[in-house]
Design a protein around this ligand. Structure first.
Ligand code: HEM
Ligand SMILES: *[C@@H]1O[C@H](CO)[C@@H](O)[C@H](O)[C@H]1NC(C)=O
Ligand SMILES: *[C@@H]1O[C@H](CO)[C@@H](O)[C@H](O)[C@H]1NC(C)=O
Ligand SMILES: *[C@@H]1O[C@H](CO)[C@@H](O)[C@H](O)[C@H]1NC(C)=O
Ligand SMILES: *[C@@H]1O[C@H](CO)[C@@H](O)[C@H](O)[C@H]1NC(C)=O
Ligand SMILES: *[C@@H]1O[C@H](CO)[C@@H](O)[C@H](O)[C@H]1NC(C)=O
Ligand SMILES: *[C@@H]1O[C@H](CO)[C@@H](O)[C@H](O)[C@H]1NC(C)=O
Ligand SMILES: *[C@@H]1O[C@H](CO)[C@@H](O)[C@H](O)[C@H]1NC(C)=O
Ligand SMILES: *[C@@H]1O[C@H](CO)[C@@H](O)[C@H](O)[C@H]1NC(C)=O
Length: 344
């Protein structure tokens, strides 16, 4: 299907038609095993980079899961979160800077992949694979990642404010925020379980939790611990006070004990629609993991670019130059894989 689309695009170009009316079939879906023929080692190379990085710093597993989430919620899963422009990109905005981490892991994976198969694997797909591998390492559960995303080339800091939920969000705001990304309330609760790993800067919860203490929605012992953890020089706290490096369902068990770190986490047990979901995931880890992997796949589908709607960045941090773009264009018109042309 991909090859006939490409050929259709070529014909359109040759007759100098404006490629605005490509057949519907060409709006390609993501596919599991997308790189099996194009770059058979792609997923292995990502896994190696992630495994090495997490062995050195276990916190990077959390960083990589969040990196994919923050990519997907802002302009879709298009690696816009990785772009470095002039200080006004997504990664420079307060929801991302300085807390977002794992960029160097993606760069290492991309470098290994470019050496093995140049101009073939998008940064957006590398982010999705890396998040999956981070989940596998921290949660002992895995899933197949549909691929074929392409990279976008727009990254604007202020987009993060309107698209990413914040730690002060109410249940209603969280539900609405996820709904805008085609994720329902249950999927919002399921994906929030990612807060079972990683850490948070104290600035993200400190002031608000003093108010929660006053209203009795945070354990006073927990708040006392956080006050200690957040006194200089330490400025971060684990998200899950019980098993901070293991991706498990303890997140849901902590909430009814008033041990949720953020106001937004606590909101999941303050809404009658959401409480039964929290209880179900607290009671059954297998159920949560099943739903979590499915929700990660769905999140990885948000507003993806495929085929000619995006490109394959050679360096995940910068837009392709004119020369790299034209070389890429030649490759798109005359694909190296001869069987693709033959198949049509
Ligand atoms: C439901 C709404 C969500 C809110 C309000 C939220 C908010 C936050 C905040 C404020 C932090 C701490 C950042 C800092 O250091 O200041 C954080 C960390 C984190 N978030 Fe979320 N998040 C949400 C959903 C998600 C989702 C859907 C995922 C992934 C599927 C996710 C994964 C993570 C991870 C893994 C960390 C720890 C990162 C690290 O240790 O580097 N979050 N989140
Ligand atoms: C291991 O982590 C340290 C700091 O946490 C970093 O400086 C070093 O580059 C890392 N090494 C590798 C191989 O990732
Ligand atoms: C640099 O920042 C300005 C806004 O301050 C923006 O309009 C412009 O597109 C940015 N340049 C690049 C190369 O991203
Ligand atoms: C990992 O998951 C498998 C089931 O998928 C289970 O049998 C095994 O005990 C788990 N290992 C750990 C260390 O939790
Ligand atoms: C729970 O959230 C839903 C969706 O925002 C909202 O309609 C409902 O009023 C909330 N329920 C409570 C008890 O806050
Ligand atoms: C926490 O956030 C503040 C304010 O953005 C920042 O100055 C500080 O470096 C951050 N600390 C850590 C450990 O990320
Ligand atoms: C959350 O609310 C507190 C006040 O309770 C405020 O100090 C803090 O800046 C807010 N945090 C964010 C990220 O909006
Ligand atoms: C837990 O969830 C799994 C997966 O949906 C299901 O097969 C199993 O029966 C559930 N266990 C219990 C005790 O309900
Ligand atoms: C931006 O994306 C479009 C669409 O993929 C592509 O044709 C163009 O070359 C890109 N621009 C840059 C500077 O990379």
């Amino acid at each position: 299907m991909a090859s006939s689309c490409r050929l259709a695009g070529l014909v359109l170009l040759l007759v100098a038609a404006l490629a605005s009316t490509l057949p519907a079939a060409c709006r390609a879906q993501l596919q599991v095993g997308f790189y099996d023929t194009r770059c058979p080692n792609a997923e292995l190379l990502v896994r190696q980079a992630v495994t090495a990085a997490v062995a050195n710093n276990s916190g990077l597993a959390a960083g990589l899961v969040r990196l994919h989430f923050h990519d997907c919620f802002v302009r879709g899963c298009d690696a816009s979160v990785l772009l470095i422009t002039n200080g006004t990109a997504e990664r420079d905005a307060p929801p991302n800077f300085p807390s977002l981490r794992g960029f160097e892991v993606i760069d290492a994976a991309k470098a290994a992949i470019e050496r093995s198969c140049p101009r073939t694997v998008s940064c957006a797909d590398i982010l999705a694979f890396a998040a999956r591998d981070a989940v596998a390492l921290s949660g002992n559960v895995t899933y197949k990642v549909p691929a074929g995303r392409r990279d976008g080339n727009i990254s604007i800091d202020t987009d993060t404010f309107t698209n990413l939920p914040g730690p002060n969000s109410t249940a209603t705001e969280l539900i609405e925020n996820f709904a805008r990304k085609n994720l329902n309330a249950e999927e919002m609760v399921i994906l929030s379980g990612a807060h079972s790993i990683g850490r948070s800067n104290c600035t993200s919860f400190f002031e608000r939790n003093r108010e929660r203490l006053a209203s009795g929605t945070i354990s006073s012992a927990y708040q006392a611990l956080l006050e200690v953890l957040c006194s200089p020089p330490v400025r971060t706290a684990d998200m899950d006070v019980s098993t901070p490096t293991v991706l498990d369902n303890n997140y849901y068990k902590l909430l009814p004990l008033k041990l949720g770190l953020f106001f937004s986490d606590d909101q999941l047990i303050r809404n009658n629609t959401l409480v039964p979901l929290v209880n179900a995931f607290a009671a059954n880890e297998t159920l949560w993991k099943e739903r979590f992997t499915a929700a990660m796949i769905k999140m990885g589908n948000i507003e993806v670019l495929t085929e000619n709607a995006g490109n394959i960045r050679l360096n995940c941090n910068v837009l392709n130059t004119r020369s790299s773009s034209s070389a890429e264009m030649i490759e798109t018109l005359f694909p190296a894989a001869g069987d693709e042309v033959a198949a049509t």
